[in-house]
Design a protein around this ligand. Structure first.
Ligand code: CAO
Length: 433
């Protein structure tokens, strides 16, 4: 390790070469990161790496041994060179290559060299080539640099490549699981995204431009993040709600004077609580590498308002009866339409339901409301002929669309959740089992 100033015990954050690699003079060998800067340590000469003497996470100081290397062109019995610096390694003047954006005090900023692509048996090596500043930029914005395709000289990753990668994720043209970004470095997939189309619509006809509402801006940004960051899958199913609809109509008649109106959604909320209790992963949230299982059941429902979509939350739906849920839904829906919902009336949801049943449609893909891990979409129920083993019977069928986060839930479990929900809705006595 060459002279790295007055710094001792600086962590190695990346080892950029491996045994057998052919390394060129000035090619970066390792990246160090102090609390003030990142720096690449370049090779003082070209050669073949024989042995790596440290690992990412090791702390190094001037004089630490990085690796053993056989200088290129040396005869077979040449003495293996030890890159221990002592001031003669690194750049020709012995200095490491310091991140040009945040150089250590007293060290001049220097641009990193264009790193060579290392040849391996199978073609390109797995390591990514980028200057310390580009690596730092990638780390700062949470991009795994090995997934970024470099378009600089000899495949080097540039700052533009990293920002294009981020833009690709943000515009939804590239899916990015939480904590990781995804674009194969090899194989040409990369980003190379086209910019968002800029069209002068007036060339084609008259137009009227209006700003997005505040709610649309906020919900749009949330929906966008959720769609991009969560690996969604949607399971579609159907529930026979013929008997439940009869009960609903009956209850509405009985409660007419009290002014309580039961819609299908109130029944579905209670049925979902039962399904969440049976399948706790649907009532969980991801927190880093942990899964947080909630012991409470707060259910959100999407409400369509003149200004856009909001999701009021019915707290402790497990502790409330149908009448209370129906009343609270009506109150929250009214507040939502009037734009009077308070923030705490939209917080703490465990699971959401989006009902388009009053409008129409057969199935759709609801977007998960992070940090929840699943959402149920309801479409319009319709009479359908159902074979009972002897004859077709007219039954009222409610379409269910369950979107779930594949990082937390598997397809089989989602299928079981939907089937269980359908069983409860078909025979509502089971809701309290
Ligand atoms: N099938 C058939 N009819 C249904 C139904 C279904 N699945 N769900 C509700 N209906 C009926 C109701 O019974 C009611 O009929 P009547 O007036 O004859 O009694 C009518 O449709 C209207 O119901 P509603 O919409 O007022 O009540 P709700 O409880 O079903 O829904 C609310 C309340 C707030 C969820 C709803 O008004 C709403 O805003 N839905 C839109 C949600 C949305 O935008 N989702 C998309 C999110 S993603 O962009």
């Amino acid at each position: 390790m060459p002279d790295i100033g007055d710094y001792k015990g600086i962590p190695v954050i990346e080892v950029l070469v491996g045994p057998g690699d052919v390394v060129r003079e000035e090619q970066s060998l390792v990246t160090l990161e102090s609390d003030k800067a990142t720096m690449d340590v370049p090779s003082p000469f070209g050669g073949v790496v024989r042995e790596i003497k440290l690992r990412a996470g090791d702390a190094v100081s001037e004089g630490s041994v990085i690796l053993l290397m056989e200088p290129q062109g040396a005869s077979a019995d040449a003495v293996t060179s030890e890159v221990d610096a002592s001031g003669k390694t690194g750049r020709r003047d012995g200095s490491p290559i310091v991140d040009e954006e945040r150089s250590l005090a007293g060290h001049p900023s220097e641009p990193a060299p264009a790193a060579a692509i290392q040849e391996k048996e199978g073609g390109l090596s797995g390591s990514s080539h980028a200057s310390p500043s580009v690596r730092k930029l990638a780390r700062d914005v949470g991009v795994d640099i090995t997934r970024v395709q470099g378009t600089g000289p000899k495949g080097r990753i540039t700052q533009d490549n990293v920002t294009a990668f981020v833009k690709g994720v943000m515009t939804g043209q590239l899916a990015a699981p939480a904590g990781a970004t995804a674009a194969p470095a090899a194989g040409g997939a990369g980003l190379n995204l086209l910019p968002w189309p800029k069209v002068d619509f007036t060339k084609f006809g008259p137009i009227d431009t209006q700003p997005l509402s505040r709610i649309k801006k906020i919900s749009g940004a949330n929906l966008h993040r959720n769609w991009v960051m969560i690996p969604h899958v949607t399971n579609n199913d159907e529930a026979d709600i013929t008997d439940l609809e009869a009960l609903r109509v009956q209850l509405n008649k009985e409660n007419e004077k009290a002014g309580v109106k039961f819609t299908m959604l109130a029944f579905v909320i209670k049925a979902c609580v039962a399904a969440l209790k049976k399948f706790p992963a649907f009532n969980a949230s991801l927190d880093g590498d942990n899964l947080v299982f909630k012991q409470y059941y707060h259910i959100g429902f999407a409400a369509d308002t003149p200004n856009g979509l909001v999701v009021p939350v019915i707290r402790d739906a497990d502790k409330k009866g149908l009448v209370d849920i129906a009343k609270e839904m009506a109150e929250l829906s009214k507040l939502a339409r009037e734009g009077k919902l308070k923030p705490d009336q939209m917080q703490g949801g465990c699971f959401s339901i989006s009902s388009l049943g009053g409008i129409g449609g057969t199935h759709f893909t609801p977007i998960i409301n992070a940090p929840e891990v699943a959402i149920l979409g309801l479409s319009k129920s319709a009479m359908k002929p159902v074979w009972d083993g002897r004859q077709f019977m007219p039954r009222l069928i409610l379409p269910l669309s369950l979107s779930w986060d594949h990082r937390v839930i598997d397809g089989a479990e989602a299928g079981r959740f939907n089937a269980y929900l359908a069983t409860i809705l078909a025979d509502y006595r089971r809701v309290s089992l």
